[in-house]
Design a protein. Structure first.
Lengths: 220, 220
DNA sequence: TAGATTGTTAATCGATTAACAATC
DNA sequence: TAGATTGTTAATCGATTAACAATC
């Protein structure tokens, strides 16, 4: 299996999302030209990207949506069923725990850990658990204080959804406890290590790029 | 004012975040080497990026944190006080409305619009308004059904935080009502037009890159 | 076969890097 | 002056594009 160029890897999730929609719409085949329109790239680039993944297309026909989706999902590890622990029972943390974003990518949340004693409305008995309006935690997801981290088994992904001030300390905790990956949603820039991979989500950065566009006019 | 390279623009928000932290810590000056450590780039790249912004450094001394921050904030339009309307009273939409992410960037939320009649716990009389645990809307932010969009004046930024299924319809609505920019937090890829700029946040994509790293091992 | 569409190539473009002269 | 650190350059690297031969 050849090493994929970094730029291609960065675009795979986009194909993943678009192909999933095609599958839901029961589309069976698609050409590089049509797919390019959906993902917002050129047909040439789409062909280049997909060719890097292997021999997936068929000349004169195009690509099988299912084959493509399966290949990309497998390359990305979307079928690996990683388990995540969310650090911070913040509105953002709870939104992620209850929304479809993680589960669609094959990531399941086993716990939400809080640092500040919140007057959270948790109905421990109920299933699914309703934390507050619109926030229903998935089955098997516990809500605990961070001090109970030991009792949580998952060590795949730590999702940092805490306040920025708490990030450095929680990151140390996470690294010490052997989490393999960190998805950092705080505003801090964290650096990974040999044993702990870190991805800084930089959610707010994309908003600033939009503001730059509105501010300066000239941009694309 | 020379046109900035696209790659530099993409990194400006990162400098913005790191410099803000330095300012909070009352750091006055910084060298390209130190700053590089914070933002996770090489010193060479930092100097290149900052040189593209103008004559901000001083040889033998470094950069003034304040000057740098002011210049970058101004370039990004962080001082333009853009007004945003959030489409979707979802957990994510409410998290953004109540959290510091927007306000730190000089963006204020004037309204949260909902599509489904939710049993939302809004205390209309109170100020600040508490929607649910941990979600306190800022002053001047209204919660309305989408049908009341006409009564909202802001036309700077529309934040799409609705369910994916609602995105196409709401996007049309937003474009028709003359919003200048769209920050799309749904999983769909939207394309902008001459009059409406669109940035797809692609929040989940960064999580998938992390999964790819855990899955494939070899990556950086 | 004719038409469609891929996979690949060569050319271009832009971004990154390392080194160092300029300068405070 | 000596030390530090920038701004700039030339060389390298990687990504994108357009064109077209290969092939279904």
């Amino acid at each position: 299996m050849k090493q994929l160029p970094r730029a291609v890897i960065g675009r795979l999730p986009r194909y993943f999302r678009c192909l999933r929609i095609l599958i839901n719409n029961e589309v069976l085949r698609i050409s590089s030209d049509e797919l390019a329109g959906l993902v917002g790239l050129s047909a040439s680039q789409v062909r280049g990207d997909l060719a890097a993944l292997g021999d997936l297309g068929q000349q004169g026909y195009g690509y099988s949506v299912k084959t493509l989706y399966a290949e990309i999902a497998s390359r990305l590890g979307a079928g690996d069923n990683f388990e995540a622990v969310i650090f911070g029972a913040t509105p953002l943390g709870l939104a992620l725990a209850s929304g479809p974003l993680l589960s669609r990518r094959g990531v399941s949340v086993t716990a939400v850990l809080y640092t500040k004693e919140v007057r959270t409305i948790v109905c421990e008995g109920e299933s699914p658990k309703t934390v507050c309006e619109g926030v229903v935690l998935p089955d098997g997801c516990r809500v605990l204080p961070v001090s109970e981290l030991e009792s949580v088994k998952s060590r795949d992904i730590a999702i940092l959804a805490c306040d920025d001030e708490e990030a450095p300390e929680l990151y140390r905790l996470v690294a010490d406890h052997g989490f393999r990956g960190v998805w950092n949603l705080t505003e801090l820039e964290l650096r990974g290590s040999a044993s702990t991979r870190v991805i800084n989500a930089r959610l707010g950065d994309s908003l600033m790029i939009l503001c730059f566009g509105l501010h300066s006019g000239d941009w694309e």
